[in-house]
Design a protein around this ligand. Structure first.
Ligand SMILES: Nc1nc2c(ncn2[C@@H]2O[C@H](COP(=O)(O)OP(=O)(O)OP(=O)(O)O)[C@@H](O)[C@H]2O)c(=O)[nH]1
Ligand SMILES: [Mg+2]
Length: 376
């Protein structure tokens, strides 16, 4: 807890309409300010209320807002008011007029944690998209990363550069996963027109979302769908079929598809195995060196002709091969999943410092490494 000159006021419930909103007031003079604005039905002032006892009453001038106020401890008070936008604004504005300083909930969380990692984990938890990523963030909230950094610091203090280096390197490697605990991995589905890219995205997500059509050129631009693959948050990006086109809109879509494939963490390059493998297919395959190859339409007879490169066989239409494909996608995104309690850096600022500390250690600069780690 930091010392504040004037009490802060912060809305703890999410912005927007709700049944009940909670506004917290905290800091020297908070109870006195509330007693100037709030009349309990019992007539007893808040200053005489027991901690945590909810007190119903009226807030503000006539007709006033019906609210419940709870004194948490000392000068910390919660006002539970109607969740409409006007009611919350009225409570907040009256408190600001009486000298409270309004802050956002992120700042409020940060002020309540002495440890920067705990505060960052608490904030990241609010943005976690899956239970699996939330569990990893919760481990960091409970100190996994802080302890790992502590071990690296001890190794430095003992002059064991090799041990410190291996610890910081392991953390930097973990950061590749850590940055996706909040931001999803981007997986682009690319391929020639009509091979079944949109159908495959639908099958992977499990419901019809992208538009599918028997003629090529159906998807003219990027369509992103958020999903989870084995508990990892993934944004699946369906693209316009990669081909030479005259239509300006579609050409722009194809260009964007190419750029997105370059930025993505993983590309699925989809082929239609019922059509012969030709020069165009070879060229597309070669341009996506690291891509995961999918041969779709496995329910249809295979086309004769040159041998195709190895890949996953799927029928987006029937759902065949979709589960194995999801397993391979998860394996490609997270080849080495952390165990419960493992340290995982998850914030860009942590990663910058860990990389700087690793760099310093690799030059034998123990003092810089120590100071950099201490800054996390
Ligand atoms: N038999 C069969 N047909 C499929 C399969 N997957 C997709 N199709 C059909 O192939 C056609 C094209 O499918 P889309 O998913 O629109 O193909 P696309 O690659 O997204 O096409 P564009 O957006 O035009 O590039 C549709 O008629 C689908 O029903 C499959 O696994 N088997
Ligand atoms: Mg499509």
């Amino acid at each position: 807890m930091t010392f504040m000159s004037s009490p802060i006021v912060v809305q703890l419930t999410p912005p927007g309409r709700g049944a009940i909103a909670v506004v917290a007031v905290d800091g020297p003079g908070a109870v006195e300010i509330l007693d100037g604005l709030f009349r309990t039905h019992s007539g007893k002032p808040l200053a005489q209320a027991a901690d945590d006892r909810p007190m119903a009453g009226v807030f503000g001038t006539e007709p006033g807002e019906e609210v419940v106020v709870r004194r948490r401890s000392g000068e910390a008070v919660e006002v539970h008011c109607h969740g409409g936008l006007a009611a919350v604004a009225r409570v907040r504005d009256a408190l600001v007029q009486r000298g409270c300083r309004e802050i956002g909930w992120r700042e409020w969380v940060a002020e309540r944690h002495d440890d920067s990692i705990t505060a960052a984990a608490r904030l990241a938890l609010a943005d976690a998209r899956t239970e699996r990523t939330a569990a990893i963030l919760l481990d960091q909230y409970h100190g996994a990363l802080r302890r790992a950094i502590g071990r690296a610091g001890e190794a430095i203090d003992q002059g064991d550069t090799a041990a410190a280096l291996s610890l910081t390197r392991a953390l930097v490697a973990r950061g590749r996963l850590g940055r996706h605990l909040v931001d999803p991995w981007r997986v682009v589905v690319a391929g020639h027109p009509n091979v079944g890219k949109s159908s495959l995205v639908n099958a992977l997500v499990g419901y019809a979302r992208a538009i599918v059509h028997p003629s090529g050129g159906t998807t003219r631009d990027l369509v992103a769908v958020e999903t989870a693959v084995e508990g990892w948050p993934v944004q699946l990006i369906d693209t316009a079929g990669l081909r030479e086109v005259d239509d300006a809109v579609e050409r722009a879509g194809v260009a964007r598809a190419r750029q997105t494939a370059t930025d993505a963490e993983l590309v699925l390059v989809v082929f239609d195995q019922s059509r012969p493998w030709g020069e165009d297919e070879s060229r597309l395959w070669r341009t996506h060196g690291d891509a995961l190859v999918v041969h779709n339409k496995s329910d249809l007879a295979s086309a004769a002709g040159p041998q195709r490169p190895p890949g996953m066989m799927t029928s987006a239409l029937r759902g065949d091969g979709i589960e194995p494909l999801l397993a391979v996608i998860a394996q490609r995104l997270v080849p080495d999943a952390p165990r419960a309690g493992d340290a995982v850096p998850f914030d860009p600022a942590q990663m910058v410092r860990l990389e700087q500390a690793t760099e310093a250690l690799s030059h034998g600069d123990l003092a810089t490494a120590r100071a950099t780690l201490a800054g996390i």
